[in-house]
Write a protein that binds this ligand. Structure first.
Ligand SMILES: NC(=O)c1ccc[n+]([C@@H]2O[C@H](COP(=O)([O-])OP(=O)(O)OC[C@H]3O[C@@H](n4cnc5c(N)ncnc54)[C@H](OP(=O)(O)O)[C@@H]3O)[C@@H](O)[C@H]2O)c1
Length: 307
C-alpha cells in the first residue's frame, strides 16, 4: 500500500511517500481502507524524535482516520466489510498516514452518514482530547468561566464549542488574524495574545484548558480563583508545577475508546460542535503539511485525502 512515512528522525523533509507492507487484521481487529487521515500537533514531535522511542523504520505516523472496513479479524462481530467508520489509534500505535490500517475494533465507531470522511478524520483525536479534558477531567459546569489557551488550534477550537454546549462562559487567547474565527466558534471573550497580557485581563476563572505550552502554561495558574482547576495537554506527560497551593493542576488521560468517538459523532451531527476549518492535502505532500503544523500557527485542521 501507499503511505507517508519516515526512515529517520529529522525535519519535515524526512517525510517520504511510497510503498510499505500492507497490514493484516489480527484477532479482535478490523482492517480499514482509509479515505482520510488528519495531522495532529503531536505528529511532527514524533517525527522530530522528541516524543518517544520508535519501534522501527519505516515509521508511518498518524493517529486518526476515517474510512471503510475492508475485512475483520477473528472474533469481531460488531462490524462487517463495507461499514464506514472513523477511529483513533492507541497511544502506542500510529500508522494512519496510509491506505490501510489494522486496529482494535473498539477503537473505531460508525461514521455519521451526514459527515464526510475528511470531517470525521479531522474531529476524531481533537474531539476525543477536548471531551476528555473538558467533560471528564475538568468536569466543567454550566455557568462556570473557563480560559482556553490557543483557541484557533484543533483541540482548543473543539473545546470552545464543548464548553459553550455545557453552558460555560469561554475566554480564549489567539492572534489577531484568528479573532473572528474563535468568536464564530462561540468564544465570549477573545484576547489577542500579541497585544494583551492575559494575566492582566482575566482573573477568577473556575477552570483553564491549556493547549499552548511553555511559559503560557506556567502563567496560566494566575487566572484561577481559589479552588480552580487547570488541565494541560501541551506540556508533555507531566503538568507544570503550580506556584499556588490553592488550585489543582491536571493531566487529562486521553482514553481512546468507542464511547468517546460516539459522543463526538453525536455532538457534531446535532450541530453542537461544528467541524473545524480544514486544509486538504494528498498524502504525497506530508512534508508540506508537517511544516505548516510545526509552525504552530495553523487555524483548524490539516487533513490528508487518501483516496
Ligand atoms: N492526547 C493529548 O494529550 C494531546 C492530543 C492532542 C494534542 N495535544 C497537544 O496539544 C497541543 C495542541 O494541539 P493541536 O493539535 O490543537 O495544535 P494546533 O492545532 O497545531 O494549534 C496551533 C494553534 O496554537 C495557537 N497558538 C500558538 N501560540 C499561541 C500562543 N502563544 N497563545 C495562544 N495561541 C497560540 C495558534 O493560533 P495563532 O496562529 O492565532 O497563534 C494555532 O491556532 C500540542 O502541543 C499537542 O501535541 C495533546
Amino acid at each position: 500500500m501507499k503511505a507517508a512515512y519516515f526512515m529517520q528522525h529529522g525535519g519535515p523533509e524526512v517525510m517520504r511517500y511510497g510503498d510499505v507492507p500492507d497490514p493484516v487484521a489480527g484477532a479482535g481487529e478490523v482492517l480499514v481502507d482509509i479515505h482520510a487521515a488528519s495531522v495532529n500537533g503531536a505528529d511532527w514531535k514524533v517525527r522530530a524524535g522528541s516524543y518517544r522511542k520508535l519501534p522501527c523504520f519505516p515509521y508511518v505516523p498518524g493517529r486518526d482516520f476515517s474510512g471503510v472496513i475492508g475485512s475483520v479479524g477473528a472474533g469481531v462481530e460488531d462490524f462487517k466489510p463495507g461499514d464506514p467508520v472513523f477511529g483513533v489509534c492507541e497511544v502506542t500505535q500510529e500508522g494512519a498516514y496510509a491506505e490501510k490500517i489494522a486496529i482494535k475494533s473498539e477503537l473505531v465507531a460508525r461514521k455519521p452518514q451526514g459527515l464526510s470522511h475528511e470531517a470525521c478524520a479531522a474531529v476524531a483525536l481533537i474531539g476525543l482530547t477536548a471531551l476528555v479534558s473538558i467533560e471528564d477531567t475538568l468536569a466543567l459546569k454550566p455557568g462556570e468561566t473557563i480560559l482556553i489557551q490557543g483557541g484557533a488550534g484543533g483541540v482548543a477550537g473543539f473545546a470552545i464549542q464543548v464548553a459553550k454546549h455545557i453552558g460555560a462562559r469561554v475566554v480564549t487567547t489567539t492572534s489577531a488574524a484568528n479573532v473572528d474565527y474563535v468568536r464564530a466558534l462561540g468564544a465570549d471573550q477573545v484576547i489577542d495574545y500579541n497585544a494583551q497580557d492575559f494575566t492582566r485581563i482575566v482573573s477568577g476563572c473556575d477552570a483553564v484548558f491549556e493547549t499552548v505550552g511553555g511559559e503560557v502554561a506556567q502563567r496560566s495558574f494566575a487566572v484561577l480563583r481559589p479552588g480552580g482547576r487547570a488541565a494541560f495537554i501541551a506540556s508533555g506527560n507531566a503538568v507544570p508545577v503550580s506556584p499556588r497551593a490553592d488550585v489543582t493542576a491536571l493531566r487529562p488521560n486521553v482514553a481512546r475508546d468507542r464511547p468517546h468517538l460516539e459522543r463526538i459523532a453525536y455532538l457534531v451531527e446535532r450541530g453542537a460542535v461544528r467541524v473545524p476549518e480544514m486544509k486538504l492535502y494528498p498524502l504525497s505532500q506530508a512534508a508540506a503539511a508537517h511544516a505548516l503544523s510545526q509552525g504552530r500557527h495553523l487555524r483548524g485542521k490539516l487533513v490528508f485525502q487518501v483516496r
